[in-house]
Design a protein around this ligand. Structure first.
Ligand SMILES: Cc1cc2nc3c(=O)[nH]c(=O)nc-3n(C[C@H](O)[C@H](O)[C@H](O)COP(=O)(O)OP(=O)(O)OC[C@H]3O[C@@H](n4cnc5c(N)ncnc54)[C@H](O)[C@@H]3O)c2cc1C
Length: 508
C-alpha cells in the first residue's frame, strides 16, 4: 500500500477502471510495452460503475435493431449512415477481443460475449411501413446481411414467443431479426482485460483500487501531477506524462480541475436509469433476443424501450427498460452535489440554453420518475402482454452524464454521443458522454491514441502493431462486403459466436 505523500512517477495514468480505461491500457501496452501505466480506481473493485453488467444493457450495439439509428429522411428514404458506422465500429471491438483471445490473453470469451439475436418490433400501420422500408434499405448492405423481416404473427411467435403471449386484436405487427447479434457483459470484459494486464510478467501496468484522484496540475515540463486520496486516509502525488480521464460521469469534474482551455464551456446533464428484471427460469427460457422498439415522443434517444436476454455470470435473465429519471449525481456512487459542483461561469449559459430548449425532455424525465412499479410493468405489457407484476423487480442502472457544450447559435446544445476532449499538446484527454458507449470503446480509444500521440501513431512500428490488433478498420469494412464477411468469420469463430454466423460467401 502506498504511504502518505510519496511522490512517484509513471508514463501514463488512467483515472477510473471501467471498460474505457481497460481498453486504452490494453492498446497502449500493446503499442508501447515499455511504458509504465497506472490505473487508479476510487472504488474497491474495478468495473463497478457504468461498465458493471447490470448498470448497462449489455447490447453489443451494431445498428441491427436500434430504430433511432435509421431515421427517415425528408424524401422518405431511410438514412443508414449511423447504423453502418456503429456496425463497423463494433467490428473493431470484436477484432481486438479476438486478437487477445487468440494470443491467450483474454480468457474465455464465453464469459463476456454471447450470441443473442437482435430484433426490432413495431405495432401500428405507420411503424410497420417504416420497418418494412428500413428492412428493404438495409438488407442490401453487407453490414446487415442475413436480416429477416416478417409481418406474420406466427413467425414473430417463433422468434420471440413472449411478444405474442395473450396479444389480442388485429393490430398490424412487424419485426426484423438478425441472428448474429450479441449480449456483452462489459463488466466481465473489463475485469478480464485488466487481469491480463496485471498478470503480465513485465509488471508495467499497475491497477490501484480504493484511491480517488482529487486534483491535477500541469507541471512546467508539460507533465501532470495528480493528487490522490486513499480510502485509508493516505494521500500521495503521482506524476505522469499522459493522463486519461476515464472516470465516467466524474470525468467532467476532473477535466474542469485540469484547467485546459479545451475543456471550457462543457457541462453535464445527468440521467439515471432503471430496469425491470426477471430471473424466473420458466419465463427466461421463453425469450432469446434483444427486442428494440420505438421511443415515446419526447424521450431521449437512450430511452428506446427494449426487452432483452442477458447473460451475466453464466445465468440468463430478462431485462426491460430503461426507465429514465432525473438525478444530480454524476456517478451511481456519486454525490447529489455533483451537478452543482460542475457549474462554472463558462458553462452556465450553455446549461441554461439547454434547460430552455429541452422542456419536453425535462417533462419526460419527471413523468418517468413518477412511475409506479405497476405502471412500469404496464409499459412492459406493450411488449409482453401477459407479464405479471410479481415476476419483475426493479434494478437500478448506471448513471449517464450527457454532454452539454457551447453552440454559437443556440448558446448551448445537449449531445447524446461520446466526446473526447484533449489538450492541444496531447498530454491529457477526457472522455465525456455515454452512447453508444462500451461497444465502440476500441474505436474511441484508437482515435484518442491518434489524437494524443500523433507522431508515434503515424510511425511504421505503431501502424504495424495496430494492424495486428485490428486488421480491418471501420471505414474499410463499410465499403468492402467480402472483407467484412471474412473478418466476421474470424471474429465470430474466435469469440464462439460462430453458430449464429453463416460461412463467408465465395469471392465472385
Ligand atoms: C443505463 C445504461 C445503459 C447502457 N447500455 C449500453 C449498452 O447496451 N451497450 C453499450 O455498448 N453501452 C451501454 N452503455 C454505456 C456504457 O455502459 C458506458 O459507455 C461505459 O460503461 C463507460 O465506461 P467508462 O469506463 O467510461 O466508465 P465507468 O465504467 O463508469 O468507469 C469509470 C470509473 O471511474 C471511477 N472514478 C470516477 N471518479 C474517479 C476518481 N476521481 N478517481 C478514481 N476513479 C474514479 C469510477 O468509480 C468508475 O469505476 C449504457 C450506459 C448506461 C448508464
Amino acid at each position: 500500500m502506498v504511504g502518505t505523500h510519496m511522490d512517484e512517477s509513471v508514463d501514463i495514468v488512467l483515472v477510473g477502471a471501467g471498460v474505457m480505461s481497460a481498453t486504452l491500457a490494453t492498446l497502449l501496452h500493446e503499442l508501447e510495452p515499455e511504458a509504465r501505466i497506472e490505473i487508479i480506481e476510487r472504488l474497491d473493485t474495478t468495473a463497478s460503475e457504468s461498465s458493471f453488467a447490470w448498470n448497462n444493457a449489455g447490447t453489443g450495439h451494431a445498428g441491427l435493431c436500434e430504430l433511432n439509428y435509421t431515421p427517415r429522411a425528408e424524401d422518405g428514404s431511410i438514412v443508414l449512415d449511423k447504423a453502418i458506422h456503429t456496425n463497423t465500429l463494433f467490428e473493431e471491438s470484436k477484432q481486438l477481443w479476438s486478437y487477445l483471445v487468440e494470443k491467450g490473453n483474454l480468457g474465455d470469451p464465453a464469459r463476456f460475449v454471447h450470441p443473442v439475436p437482435h430484433m426490432s418490433f413495431v405495432r401500428g400501420a405507420d411503424d410497420v411501413r417504416f420497418l418494412r422500408d428500413r428492412y428493404h434499405a438495409m438488407r442490401e448492405h453487407p453490414c446487415f446481411e442475413g436480416m429477416e423481416y416478417t409481418e406474420e404473427r406466427s413467425v414473430i411467435d417463433e422468434w420471440a414467443p413472449l411478444l405474442l403471449d395473450g396479444r389480442e386484436g388485429d393490430e398490424p405487427l412487424a419485426a426484423t431479426r438478425v441472428a448474429d447479434g450479441t449480449d456483452v457483459d462489459f463488466g466481465a470484459l473489463t475485469r478480464q482485460l485488466l487481469a491480463r494486464l496485471e498478470e503480465e510478467p513485465d509488471e508495467q501496468v499497475r491497477i490501484t483500487t480504493g484511491q480517488t484522484v482529487e486534483d491535477l496540475d500541469r507541471n512546467d515540463d508539460g507533465s501532470w501531477t495528480l493528487k490522490i486520496a486513499g480510502n485509508d486516509h493516505t494521500t500521495r502525488t503521482l506524476r505522469a506524462r499522459f493522463v486519461f480521464l476515464g472516470a465516467g460521469g466524474a470525468s467532467l469534474h476532473l477535466l474542469q480541475k485540469s484547467g485546459i482551455p479545451e475543456g471550457k464551456g462543457y457541462a453535464g446533464f445527468p440521467v439515471s436509469g432503471q430496469w425491470l428484471r426477471c430471473d424466473k427460469p420458466e419465463i427466461v427460457s421463453r425469450h432469446h433476443a434483444k427486442v428494440y422498439s420505438k421511443a415515446p415522443i419526447g424521450a431521449p434517444p437512450m430511452s428506446v424501450p427494449h426487452l432483452d436476454t442477458r447473460n451475466v455470470d453464466g445465468t440468463p435473465s430478462l431485462l426491460f427498460g430503461p426507465f429514465a429519471g432525473f438525478t444530480t449525481k454524476f456517478l451511481k456512487t456519486g454525490s447529489v452535489m455533483d451537478l452543482a459542483r460542475s457549474v462554472r461561469s463558462s458553462n452556465l449559459s450553455p446549461m441554461l440554453s439547454v434547460a430552455r430548449d429541452n422542456f419536453s425532455l425535462v417533462k419526460y424525465l419527471i413523468d418517468q420518475v413518477r412511475l409506479s412499479h405497476e405502471q412500469r410493468v404496464d409499459e412492459l405489457r406493450t411488449f409482453y402482454p401477459t407479464a405479471k407484476t410479481e415476476d419483475w423487480r426493479l434494478e437500478i442502472a448506471g448513471q449517464r452524464v450527457q454532454v452539454i457544450k457551447k453552440d454559437p447559435e443556440k448558446g448551448g446544445v445537449l449531445q447524446f454521443g461520446t466526446e473526447v476532449v484533449a489538450a492541444s499538446d496531447g498530454s491529457l484527454a477526457a472522455l465525456l458522454g455515454a452512447s453508444p458507449g462500451a461497444s465502440t470503446a476500441t474505436s474511441i480509444m484508437i482515435n484518442l491514441v491518434e489524437q494524443c500521440f500523433p507522431e508515434k501513431f503515424a510511425s511504421d512500428t505503431w501502424q504495424q502493431r495496430l494492424h495486428e490488433l485490428v486488421p480491418a478498420r471501420a471505414d474499410t469494412l463499410a465499403d468492402n462486403g467480402q472483407l467484412l464477411r471474412d473478418v466476421r468469420h474470424r471474429t465470430h469463430t474466435t469469440l464462439k459466436l460462430a453458430d449464429a454466423q453463416p460461412a463467408p460467401a465465395p469471392v465472385a
